[in-house]
Write a protein that binds this ligand. Structure first.
Ligand code: NDP
Ligand code: PYC
Length: 338
């Protein structure tokens, strides 16, 4: 059984902030990153929680990330905001671009935020949740590194390419899903490797194209898309929409840019925001009721909504005032403090 350590929410946040500051990040980046990894840990999304502080520190140590990058915002068009992250981490770029994206979505009905030149390590649900909290429906997507074989192939082409969607609902919890278009996130395979556990069948093939449950062999070979050709096509869409469409890199190009350093990917991210009021001709409240009927029909038969596990974890973490992480991760985080 994995030995764990329980940290108060304040201590966990302080540890993340200290480790990121010690790695050399400026305070506004530290705050943006700590908020995100804490959100992941509180929701028990372990692959994108405190664990990610290690890969951020690694990318900085290898001289890849601009630790003091000041993102630049461009009001590109009535419905388009572009933020150049200037080769810093993405969370600060998102944070700075968000107000203008929301304003544009409310006036145009639909608006896009294109983030360019960002080192990306995070889950997407915190971002689409922010848009839902402002009463907007939202989509987000980003490539990563070419780790995933297309359906019918054996060589990595795609990134793990997550897609996240949010729909605002009454109460604190929007309808949100957020998943990699690969069978699992790369971070999940890394966590299995760290824990010395095999990965489930169907996640990956080894470098010779044979199915594998060995995390090391999987990372040296190719990950698989979810849902065969369907996940493969969605993954290609993410490559195109959050790559060439917004003037940024595909996962293959991001891997080449990485030049063997093996750090978190550097590329772009696309977010789309939709105003339900404008798009429904000013009758959002009335039509939102139909959405609630849909959700009732799902949960009414015992099926669960995506994010239900996360929201339950969030309530538990806040009630306990603490989060639990593997002792090995705690040791590695403490080691970053030198
Ligand atoms: P999961 O497969 O763990 O979960 C995907 C989604 O499905 C979640 O919204 C989850 O909700 C929901 N879900 C899971 N089981 C059920 C069920 N039985 N019924 C209904 N809904 C369900 O996610 P992934 O491993 O694919 O991705 C994990 C994270 O990794 C994501 O947040 C993603 O953004 C991130 N990621 C980031 C990348 C990047 O480049 N930045 C690349 C790849 C992934 P719940 O959480 O409540 O279980
Ligand atoms: O878990 O696949 C992943 C991932 C890639 C970049 C950030 N997370």
């Amino acid at each position: 059984m994995t030995e764990t350590v329980r940290l108060s929410l304040d201590d966990a946040r302080a540890l993340s902030l200290q480790a990121l500051a010690r790695a050399g990040l400026t305070s506004d980046h530290c705050e943006a990153l700590a908020d995100l990894v804490m959100a992941g840990q509180i929701d028990e999304c372990h692959s994108h929680g405190l664990y990610r502080v290690l890969s951020c520190a690694d990318a900085i140590r290898k001289g890849k990330v601009d630790t003091a990058a000041v993102p630049e915002i461009f009001d590109q068009a009535p419905g388009i905001v572009r933020v150049d992250a200037k080769f810093g981490f993405s969370p600060l770029a998102f944070r700075l671009g968000l107000p203008l994206l929301q304003e544009k979505a409310r006036t145009q009905g639909v608006a896009a935020l294109a983030i360019n030149n960002c080192y990306h390590f995070s889950a997407l649900w915190p971002e689409v949740e922010r848009l839902a909290a402002a009463g907007l429906a939202a989509l987000a997507m980003t490539p990563s590194h070419s780790w995933v074989a297309p359906a019918g192939g054996t060589k990595p082409v795609f990134g793990t390419n997550p897609i996240a969607f949010a729909w605002p609902r009454p109460g604190p919890y929007p309808f949100v899903f957020d998943f990699a278009t690969s069978a699992s996130a790369r971070g999940e395979i890394e966590l299995h490797r760290r824990a010395g556990k095999p990965i489930p069948e169907g996640w990956a093939i080894d470098k010779d194209g044979a199915p594998t449950t060995d995390p090391e062999a999987a990372m040296a070979g190719a990950m698989l898309t979810f849902g065969g050709h369907k996940g493969s096509a969605l993954s290609a869409m993410v490559e195109l929409m959050a790559g060439p469409l917004i003037g940024d890199l595909t996962s293959r190009a991001s891997q080449i840019f990485d030049a063997g350093a093996g750090v978190t990917p550097c590329h772009g991210e696309l977010l789309l925001a939709f105003d339900p009021n404008l798009l429904s001709g000013g009758h959002a409240a009335e039509h939102a009721e139909r959405a609630e009927v849909l959700f009732d029909a799902i949960v009414g038969q015992g099926a669960r909504l995506p994010s239900q596990r996360r929201y339950a974890a969030r309530e538990r973490s806040h009630a306990n005032g603490s989060v639990e992480i593997p002792k090995s991760l705690h040791d590695d985080l403490l080691a970053l403090l030198g």
